[in-house]
Write a protein that binds this ligand. Structure first.
Ligand SMILES: *Cc1c(COP(=O)(O)O)cnc(C)c1O
Length: 456
């Protein structure tokens, strides 16, 4: 094997960038269970799904046989403006930890939305435009997805209506202004402008909202307006598909230097970034070509993969979206107002759920204060101010590197650094002031929403 010197940053040439997304489901022997119609509990059809999503995206959602799906040229042209994203060797962090492990991170924060979300937003806006729609509606938690979709919609000249989880709307006023700068219309959720929002406000007075509520509001709004469809930033299989660009670039960059990853780590909210990052690695694992340890990291306050049930559940609080079989805390679960807004979702994408069920991936939880300790350590030594969500992966990457220090193993660790934390300074402030608290729900608390899972 050639021993090339590994640069701090491994970039790809334009010609090395992926021309197709990889569809992980097509390689799985046991596929994720089908989405169900929320009224009939029968597998949802393309026609039914096309009332919610634009038709091409509905088709992608249901496609579990095409191994590769071509990335439209318009989308690839947009990708070229901010991709390939660098794969960075964390030499300074390795030195600080005094570990024999080799640590790499794939950095997705190099665009205005501040996260990986733009990879799917631009694809979703493209297909909506192709279909001749006027606009799209969506929800946003921490604000990254709303920003990404606003950017993508303004690029293609589409209208964009965003329902933003109320606690984020209040904590992150500048996020809202970024979205408005790109021409989006932003409403705090639960709002009084939709039927489902009014109902949730009545049932849970003073609620700070959740992604599940905001999704219901966005779906209701899309279906009541002519020429609009709903767009979702994670959880769905179509989003994992688009995010596979992260994994494909990572794999190409590693292969270029004959590097074999041992452990791949990512934070998991709805699971799209991790699903995208691991796609090409998991394909090799499924085909028995190579083995990888894959670790999903969730917040202790919203532990769907680690403490949820693997069952059919609604994807939203208002029960208007299709049902998915997934690890879930129950669609009525409203997590504590933790700071990692992007990880406050009650379920986990059906693909990662099925992989977890088959024992092909591991999952672990970390507490908020230890996440911020890791974030601070990383910021001080590697220079990048990480998003709190991303810092979940940093924490576990550091832990794994420290284990290598004990055992003397030179493992190669790759983790997804999904974004930057400039809009999370209220959370950093709490941490810096020493007043940040950890919240771990009790089994009894989790049982409340779990006991209301639909019986299917
Ligand atoms: C949305 C978001 C996440 C969560 O991503 P999923 O794909 O839903 O798991 C992680 N990090 C950042 C920075 C995000 O914006």
């Amino acid at each position: 094997m050639i021993n090339k010197e590994i640069p701090y940053k491994i970039y790809l040439e334009e010609s090395e960038m992926p021309k197709s997304w990889i569809n992980l489901r097509a390689f799985m022997k046991n596929k994720p269970a089908p989405l169900l119609n929320p009224k009939t509990f029968e597998p949802i059809t393309l026609d039914e799904l096309s009332n919610v999503f634009c038709t091409e995206l509905a088709r992608q959602e249901l496609d579990d046989t095409s191994e590769y799906i071509e990335i439209p040229k318009e989308v690839r042209d947009f990708y070229k403006m901010y991709r390939p994203s660098p794969l960075v060797r964390a030499y300074c962090l390795e030195k600080l930890l005094d570990t024999p492990a080799k640590i790499y991170y794939k950095f997705e924060g190099n665009n205005t939305s501040g996260s990986h979300k733009l990879n799917s937003a631009i694809a979703q806006a493209y297909y909506a435009k192709e279909q001749g729609l006027k606009g799209v509606t969506t929800e946003t938690g921490a604000g990254q997805w709303g920003t990404a979709l606003s950017m993508a919609c303004s690029y293609f000249g589409l209208d964009c209506k965003v329902f933003m989880v109320k606690c984020s709307y209040e904590q992150k006023p500048f996020r809202r202004e970024v979205m408005r700068t790109y021409g989006a219309d932003v409403t705090p959720s639960p709002s009084m402008t939709t039927e489902v929002g009014r109902k949730i406000n009545e049932e849970f007075p003073g609620t700070t909202g959740s992604l599940g509520c905001a999704i219901s509001e966005a779906v209701e709004t899309a279906s009541s307006l002519d020429g609009y469809r709903y767009a979702l930033g994670s959880v769905l299989n179509q989003v994992l598909l688009h995010q596979s660009v992260i994994g494909l670039e990572t794999k190409t960059a590693l292969d270029k230097y004959d590097i074999k990853a041992d452990i791949v780590i990512g934070c998991a909210g709805g699971g799209s970034n991790l699903g995208g990052l691991i796609s090409p690695f998991m394909v090799e694992k499924i085909q028995g070509e190579k083995d990888y340890r894959i670790i999903a990291v969730e917040p202790a306050s919203c532990p769907s993969l680690t403490r949820g049930k693997y069952a059919y559940d609604y994807c939203d609080t208002g029960k208007v979206c299709p049902l998915a079989k997934m690890y879930t805390l129950g669609s009525g679960y409203i997590p504590a107002a933790t700071h990692a807004g992007g990880l406050r979702y009650h379920g986990m994408t059906s693909t990662l759920s099925e992989l977890k069920h088959q024992g092909l991936i591991e999952a672990t939880t970390v507490k908020q204060t230890e996440v911020f300790e890791a974030a601070q350590k990383f910021a001080r030594i590697e220079g990048i101010l990480p998003a709190p969500e991303s810092a979940h992966a940093i924490k576990v990457a550091i832990d794994e590197a420290l284990k290598c220090k004990e055992t003397g193993e030179e493992k190669t660790i790759v983790f997804g650094l999904t974004g930057t934390g400039y809009f999370d300074m209220m959370s950093y402030q709490k941490f810096n002031d020493g007043i940040m608290k950890d919240y771990i729900p009790t089994d009894e608390e989790l049982q409340v929403a779990l006991s209301k899972l639909p019986k299917i």
